[in-house]
Design a protein around this ligand. Structure first.
Ligand SMILES: [Zn+2]
Length: 349
């Protein structure tokens, strides 16, 4: 059977470099008892975490319980630091990427990396992409749904997209510092619950209306959390385009068709919601995700996805191989070879 690959899991390093002389929002880790810790940002607890955020052993145990074979590991989004001065963002990116690389190199059959670069300086980010690719352990780069207020469709981002396309690295778009919280007027924890899906849909609309999918046809983009509210907005975009100018001029072609070039994870918690996503964008562009190890994580993500869509694990593995532009053999070859050897041993061949 094909292996279950969870493309949406997060990482926080056990140790963070000193923030002396750095931006006031430089994160630190405060270790507490029984393998728990807190991420401190601006002198306040940003998030309570535990050693699952960095400990390979604990992650591997949980993967067994969750029936996941490979985790694609990306930075906790708040670490992306798009609001830092470039030098600070560059230094933090380097530390986070090195920490993820250590995890992946120690367990190359179980962990694959998605890194980060100082994308607030697209020219520098383009150079750093080459460095990240050179490590041989990363399949993509994570960015927020806006770069400190710059929309993802903005032409200033194009240099970065061109470099990602050239380096053959996928882009994972994760909601971050979402708009709309003032409309809710509730606790900040509601950001991840209610504002993230809207934020992702806005970012996707920016990409669609600025021709990013057309300009960079080889770029592979993942929209987190099943694309958020995008599947609900798509029919409206399509209808509006059919009305003629001026909205028609914003779309190079049918928004539906362009949205089918993105990839989407399965973090939707509800079978009907996942089926609607598959009907909207095609089951061949859906990959398994969980948001491990945070409290909002979806348990047994592969089983959920298979049961919701009635699609086999092989299909999701094939989708993931396309999203990461990897021959299936490069992600799970070690096990395949091992299994082949075991099978040969069992049959005496
Ligand atoms: Zn996430």
């Amino acid at each position: 059977m094909a292996r279950a690959i969870d493309v949406h899991t997060h990482f926080v390093p056990e140790i963070m470099p000193s923030g002396t002389g750095r931006n006031a929002l430089w994160p630190s880790i405060e270790h507490r008892e029984r393998n728990t810790a807190a991420v401190i940002v601006g002198g306040k607890v940003f998030r309570a975490i535990d050693s699952r955020s960095w400990d390979a052993g604990r992650r591997l145990q949980d993967m067994q319980l969750d029936d996941v074979d490979v985790q694609v590991v990306s930075p906790m989004p708040e670490l992306l630091s798009h609001w830092f001065p470039v030098g600070d963002a560059d230094a933090l990116s380097s530390h986070i990427n090195c920490s993820i690389a250590k995890l992946c190199s120690a367990h190359p059959r179980s962990f694959v990396g998605i890194g980060m670069v100082p994308v607030q300086d697209p020219a520098l980010a383009a150079r750093r992409l080459v460095d990240v690719k050179g490590l041989g352990l990363f399949v993509g780069i994570e960015i927020g749904t806006h770069i400190n207020g710059v929309a993802l469709g903005d032409p200033r981002m194009h240099e970065f997209y061109a470099a990602a396309e050239e380096a053959d690295l996928a882009i994972m778009i994760h909601p971050l510092h979402p708009s709309g919280m003032e409309r809710i007027g509730g606790r900040p924890e509601l950001a991840a619950v209610a504002a993230f899906p809207l934020e992702t849909a806005l970012a996707a609309t920016s990409l669609l209306t600025h021709g990013v999918t057309e300009r960079f046809p080889k770029l592979r983009i993942l929209l987190s959390h099943g694309g958020g509210a995008l599947p609900w907005i798509l029919p409206r975009l399509k209808y509006a385009r059919a009305l003629g100018p001026p909205l028609q001029d914003l779309f190079a072609r049918d928004p539906d068709e362009m949205a089918r070039t993105f990839y989407y994870d399965t973090i939707l918690y509800d079978r009907l919601a996942l089926r609607f996503l598959a009907d909207s964008v095609g089951a061949d562009h859906i990959v398994i995700g969980s948001d491990y190890p945070f409290s909002i994580k979806q348990d047994r993500p592969a089983q959920f996805a298979e049961q919701a869509l009635g699609v086999s694990r092989e299909t999701f593995a094939a989708n993931t191989a396309r999203f990461l532009n990897q021959a299936p053999s490069t992600i799970w070859s070690a096990v395949t070879v091992e299994q082949q050897q075991e099978n040969q041993g069992e049959t005496g061949g």
